[in-house]
Design a protein around this ligand. Structure first.
Ligand code: 5GP
Length: 171
């Protein structure tokens, strides 16, 4: 999750590079090809989960060779800064009516999975024609619920990561 050339040092305060930029972009191109094939003839409505997913969403949307539509939701999880409780508040809801639409939720990172489980339930209740999830990063071994993730970029170790839209204290 860094765009620094490998030979350059990571700035102080940051740990090691978890996913290098070239690997990240190659995987997003692959995901784009898969999604293009899977949704041929039924273009998806991409639902980005703000704020973290906006950079991923913009790259992913450009990697999909279909007339996609995009909308965004912003949610906040109740809980401590680093641990979610699974109780989610919708800060910004969708503008689009998702009933009868092929909805593809675009999420930056899945940790406990509780935020996504809530979102899935919430969106499913609105009657989409289909509902799938594309998550860039999934932390290994932490999910408390079965999330049925259709597309996953990378499985990563269960550590806190930053960059590529993933924030640290809003930065
Ligand atoms: P979950 O409900 O899956 O435990 O948490 C999901 C949300 O917590 C993500 O959408 C993201 O906003 C935030 N989050 C979880 N893990 C990380 C992380 O390692 N780094 C950053 N920057 N945010 C994270």
């Amino acid at each position: 999750m860094s765009d620094r050339p490998r030979e350059q040092a990571v700035p102080p305060g940051l740990g090691t590079v978890v996913v290098a930029e070239d690997k990240l972009q190659a995987r997003i191109a692959e995901l784009g090809r898969e999604i293009t094939a899977d949704y041929a003839g039924r273009p998806p409505l991409l639902v980005g989960v703000l704020k973290g997913a906006f950079v991923f969403m913009s790259d992913l949307a450009r990697a999909i060779d279909l007339p996609v539509e995009m909308d965004f939701m912003a949610v906040s999880s109740y809980g401590s800064a680093t641990k979610t409780s699974g109780v989610v508040r919708i800060l910004k809801d969708l503008e689009a009516d998702v009933s009868g639409r092929h909805v593809l939720v675009v999420e930056d990172i899945v940790d406990s999975g509780l935020t996504l489980a809530y979102l899935r339930k919430n969106l499913a209740a609105r009657g989409p024609a289909s509902l799938e999830v594309c998550a860039l990063l999934v932390k290994q071994g932490l999910q408390k619920v079965d999330l049925d993730l259709r597309y996953v970029g990378f499985e990563i170790p269960p550590r806190f990561v930053v960059g590529y839209g993933l924030d640290l204290g809003e930065r």
